[in-house]
Design a binder for this molecule. Sequence first.
Ligand code: HEM
Ligand SMILES: [Cu+2]
Length: 591
Amino acid sequence: MTYAEMAEREALHEPKSFWTKYVWSQDHKVIAVQYSLTAIFVGLIALVLSALMRMQIGFPGSLEFMNATAYYQFMTMHGMIMVIYLLTALFLGGFGNYLIPLQVGARDMVFPFVNMLSYWFYLLAVIILIASFFVPGGPTGAGWTLYPPQAISTGTPGTDWGIILMLISLVIFIVAATMGGLNYVTTVLQARTHGMTLMRMPLTVWGIFMATILALLAFPALFVSGLMMLLDKTVGTSFFMPEMISMGQPTDHKGGSPILFQHLFWFFGHPEVYIVALPAFGLVSDLISTHARKNIFGYKMMVWAIVAIGGLSFVVWAHHMYVSGMNPYFGFFFATTTLIIAVPTALKVYNWLLTLWRGDIHLTVPMLFALAFILTFVVGGLTGLFLGNVIVDIPLSDTYFVVAHFHMVMGVAPILVVFGAIYHWYPKITGRMLNDTIGKWHFWITFIGTYLIYFPMHYLGILGMPRRYFAYEDYQFIPQSAHDLNAFITVMAIIVGAAQILYLYNLFYSYRHGKPAGPNPWKANSLEWLTPHTPPKHGNWEQKLPVVHRWAYDYSVPGIDQDYLPQTVSDEELETLRANSVGPNSIGKPS
Ligand code: HEM
Ligand SMILES: [Cu+2]
């Protein structure tokens, strides 16, 4: 018996009280909202930290509590929170949880209890991370890459409690991500409804599915290196710690390899970029197709590109280590693989453009964000081609060029998708539309603002302005104009940061006062828009699961009046629709 048939015979475990319904919930939709709200909350902390850093860079000395120690602590926490606790948690725990079961036509995840545990472990990881702000010595200031020996040697901020809590928090986060991840993979492979073949799944599911596989394979590298560093720190092992002199004294360590940590870290760290990017690719494909009323161009190519990018992402990691003193042949290998990734990636961009080509483009707020994503991703990706080449990377490494590159490609671009996707799916989650006017203001300020922040940083980087510096005064190679530019960037960063208040206001205001959405406000095809209730109830579907007859991209099909065909429409029903259509689209019947 297939899983779908079983799901139709057996009832789900029904929550009985408020607590089991909303707090200790096993419903993937509630867990998704829990994940998302927690991620957005820590993300706001990271945003505030970035504003504080920018104040120091743009207007040195303007904040009384800011000193070098605080700067490094803020920088480290900002980077780590943004990458792991915001983006990874939001794409997998948030969107993955909400959309996978609905889009494949399942009642829930395959292991709802483990799914619930996943959230509570994630929350625990977040609490431990935030706790490090309040322990003696404060959070670690090792940089988000946590390179030893400096991460655990005296002199770095937060080398006592800070780094220990950071490592423990990461380890717990990985446990959480693994419990969630096993669920997402099993649900996609096992719990798809009747007719939902793999090649009929929306690209959102493909992106999140592949990203989850990457997470399951990449996070263990971080897990072990975190544990090993914890041992180096607490019981004096020497996995990563070489024999060295610290503060004038020889340390107890002997024979460890700091470079080994770098390899383990980036074996995780590079796929991590795609753990964030692949879900963004999937989501944006669905946004573009729906809001341009066109089928996605080259669906199969898109799927295989996602798979290829996922596979290749495991053989490029050392492009983060060109300046670590590696063998030049090694650099040659990694530069080559890095540039090869550009091929499937560029293919995806072409396919998005061809999807838009002669489409009936609706410039809705989700579409604006999706279009902005394509542009931003291309801009960030192009500078990646420069940095992927050893000879170009070496002088640019550790400058603001790198800061600009990775913020464009894995900071701004995925965040734009997050916004677009939330504007798109909020009506399903809450039953109400987000306010359009606020949405457009939010979009334009965020979009233009981020370019004003990050474009000039490329120039600063080429000037040679180093990254991870607390103060830039009194360097002859940094002219006054660069300081002025830094002040400008800071003002823009504050404006963009403040604009997010509009967004938060919209989220909360529309929850009560938004326009009622109806079941399918965007006239989209995928299953989540066809649920019997909006927002969907526990179990998502009634007694029978939906039966799927086609892919999710039948928009503007010739010969019928309505410009979309939900996945549940069968070929016979299509014939009836054809026969009954009278509009300008119809074929066969004179109008
Ligand atoms: C308006 C939004 C943002 C602003 C103004 C901002 C600003 C900054 C600043 C000032 C730094 C420190 C640069 C240095 O001193 O070297 C930094 C580092 C960093 N940011 Fe952002 N950031 C923003 C959003 C993001 C997002 C969304 C991500 C998600 C990927 C992100 C990831 C990072 C990372 C990984 C680092 C490196 C930390 C390190 O060097 O250890 N940032 N950011
Ligand atoms: Cu990389």
